[in-house]
Design a protein. Structure first.
Lengths: 301, 354
């Protein structure tokens, strides 16, 4: 586009900023920036791989995750076709990790997702509603905040009984207050800006203002915090399993595997580190991808 | 003085009372903000205290006063962005927010506002063309129509829509952003625009351009302006009439030449005296006004200016001076005992005769 500086009035147009930027919609431009971010693309692909492996575990895994063998206990990497060795009951560790991804990813993602939806809805309501609504919501959240998160998770799932569903509900309740606080703070910051008043002055109702002007400006911080919770959630879930409140053996789960292999750390430390490595890689990937998405959503960059 | 007359076919179809009827009558407007003082007692900031004035069709009413005198609160009250404690607004003959008048929504279709901070008044995650199109969209226009309006408005404020429309606020300069804000305000074709320190944050050359743009837009869209500023030169340049505020009250109101050549209220005189002069011979040796305005939480009794006024007498402490015939377009009124021969102020007669 050649210089189309045919602006009629003498404006403060800066000739240096020409030529025009390419016309794109918001989501188009987000997608464009994501496509040109190799780091995010790479780690996104790793996440996809982990998720696909977990979903298609029976097709991918080389062995039966429950088949034990007394003679094959805690064997090193590559022993008789066991790529990363065997666990303390002689089961193939790679198979167990692939299968374990099913529960671990679920326990990592589901509570965070639930807490993000509930927490940010409450937080935005608290930040945008009046002082009374704010007090009711935020003081209730403070009650949850008073407990250490592990203790709270144990207390809730202990009170409701073990199992994956109850564990998931317990973890959601643990994460909700933090997400609520973050979205409340972000909303309160946006709320005081003039463009909110300008939108109201244009005749927009509360819901329209929230949808068009508040949401886009508060999703960034919520998003980045929620993604950092995924790994915490996997670990907390394994903690619950360790205490007998979450997944029960012999069900494969990264956290549970980590805690049962713990006793064998002097026999074969590399084997014991493997479930931990799975958690580490998964959480690193989630953190980096969410960081990339946040950066792509930020129009100022 | 605005003395233009419009042929009948030029009249706005929304016009109800004709040219003679004021566009906006404000009566007894009051807003106290509840706060807690340091010792925990409940108190009220008297931001806007019993303000009355009229805005006539097609004029520019300038509002001046020190920082914190309630100018911005006044602007937000007029838009009903904050709820007044008391007082009535009558827009073109119809009471606002009353059962037999017009709703706040209807008011907001006809009155728009441009804010001082050009950056925070645009959504940072919205291309500016969407910000401009937002108003028409909310008022029920289709996406394509709203886009067309936005395009047209950007052109009217001197920004090439192809070039600037898809940009985000951080990609524009302060002057360009303020042009976008003006376009946004005009997009729903209001009859009145409140300019709250709209040019104060701009540097002088850009300020002049935007002021000229505002004048030009006023002519082409038949607008009425309420122009709030602390800059007396700008107010003098753009206004037809001027309203001077001090601590939440109107102290003087009148035609611009009158106010600037024959100010009546000591505060107005001090304000005018505080302008810096280009002539070194007229250098100010003494400040025309000293001290800070008193706290609006606990304003002085009687006349609010008495604590800083050099003509203060006992009557000023006891009796609150009233503004005169503020509904009249021509009149120059002031809330000062010295202008009221019956007030008992010793200088009243002298000044009154002068």
């Amino acid at each position: 586009m050649a210089h189309t500086l045919a602006v009629s009035t003498p404006t403060d147009v800066d000739p240096d900023v020409l030529p025009a930027t390419i016309v794109r919609g918001y989501w188009q431009s987000v997608a464009y920036r994501l496509r040109h971010d190799p780091v995010t693309l790479f780690f996104g692909a790793v996440i996809l791989l982990i998720i696909l492996a977990a979903i298609f575990a029976p097709l991918v895994a080389p062995y039966d995750p429950y088949k034990e063998s007394v003679i094959a206990r805690l064997k090193p990497f590559g022993w008789r076709g066991h790529l990363i060795g065997t666990d303390e009951l002689g089961r193939d560790l790679l198979t167990r990790i692939i299968y374990g991804g099913r529960i671990s990813l679920f326990m990592g993602l589901a509570p965070v997702l639930i807490a993000t939806i509930v927490g940010s809805a409450l937080g935005i309501l608290a930040g945008f509603g009046g002082r009374r609504i704010n007090t009711i919501i935020m003081r209730t959240m403070d009650v949850f905040y008073a407990f250490p998160s592990v203790l709270l998770a144990v207390a809730i799932s202990g009170a409701m009984g073990g199992g994956i569903t109850n564990g998931m509900i317990a973890l959601s309740m643990v994460f909700t207050p933090a997400l609520c606080r973050i979205s409340e703070t972000a909303t309160a910051q946006v709320r005081s800006l003039d463009f909110i008043e300008a939108a109201r002055a244009s005749g927009a109702g509360t819901f329209t203002v929230l949808r068009h002007h508040v949401l886009g400006n508060v999703l960034g911080p919520i998003f980045i915090y929620a993604s950092s919770l995924v790994s915490v959630s996997i670990l907390l879930a394994s903690g619950l399993s360790f205490l007998g409140l979450g997944v029960k053996p012999p069900e494969p789960d990264w956290g549970l595997m980590l805690s049962t292999l713990r006793q064998s750390i002097y026999v074969n430390p590399w084997i014991c580190a493997m479930p931990g490595a799975a958690i580490f890689i998964t959480s690193i990937c989630f953190n980096l991808v969410s960081d990339g998405i946040r950066a792509a959503m930020d129009v100022r960059m | 003085m605005q003395t233009q007359t419009f042929p009948d076919d030029d009249l706005d179809p929304r016009d109800r009372g004709g040219q003679a009827q004021p566009l906006l009558i404000v009566e007894g407007l009051r807003k106290f903000f509840r706060v807690k003082t340091q010792d925990g007692k409940a108190a009220a900031v008297k931001a806007v205290d019993d303000i009355s004035f009229t805005v006539f069709k097609g004029e520019t009413l300038g509002v001046v006063g020190e920082s914190g005198c309630g100018k911005s609160t006044l602007a937000r009250l007029l838009m009903h962005l904050i709820q007044p404690d008391n007082g009535t607004l009558i827009f073109d003959g119809e009471a606002v927010d009353s059962p037999d008048g017009i709703t706040i929504d209807t008011l907001r279709r006809q009155v728009q506002m441009v804010f001082q901070d050009s950056y925070s008044s645009l959504n940072p995650r919205m291309p500016v063309r969407d910000s401009v199109a937002f108003g028409p969209l909310v008022h029920g226009k289709k996406q394509a129509e709203a886009r067309a309006v936005a395009k047209d408005m950007l052109m009217k404020v001197g920004l090439n829509p192809e070039l600037f429309g898809p940009r985000y606020p951080h990609e524009l300069s302060g002057g360009q952003k303020q042009r976008v804000n003006i376009a946004r305000a005009l997009a729903i074709s209001p009859r009145m625009v409140i300019l709250d320190e709209a040019v104060s944050a701009l540097d002088k050359s850009v300020e002049a351009q935007v002021l000229n743009l505002l004048r030009q837009l006023k002519r082409s869209f038949n607008l009425t302006y309420l122009f709030i500023s602390h800059d007396l030169n700008v107010v003098q340049y753009i206004s037809d009439r001027v309203l001077v505020m001090y601590l939440g009250r109107v102290v003087e109101l009148g035609p611009v030449e009158e106010i600037f050549s024959r100010p009546k209220h000591p505060y107005t005189r001090a304000l005018l005296g505080s302008r810096s002069s280009m002539d070194p011979a007229r250098r100010l040796e003494e400040p025309p006004i000293t001290g800070d305005p008193p706290s609006p939480i606990d304003p002085p009794s009687g006349c609010r200016f008495r604590t800083r006024c050099r003509y203060v007498e006992t009557v000023c402490e006891a009796v609150m001076p009233e503004l005169g015939a503020w509904r009249d377009r021509e009149s120059h009124v002031t809330a000062c005992h010295m202008q009221d021969p019956g007030s008992g102020h010793s200088l009243a007669d002298v000044v009154g005769r002068a």
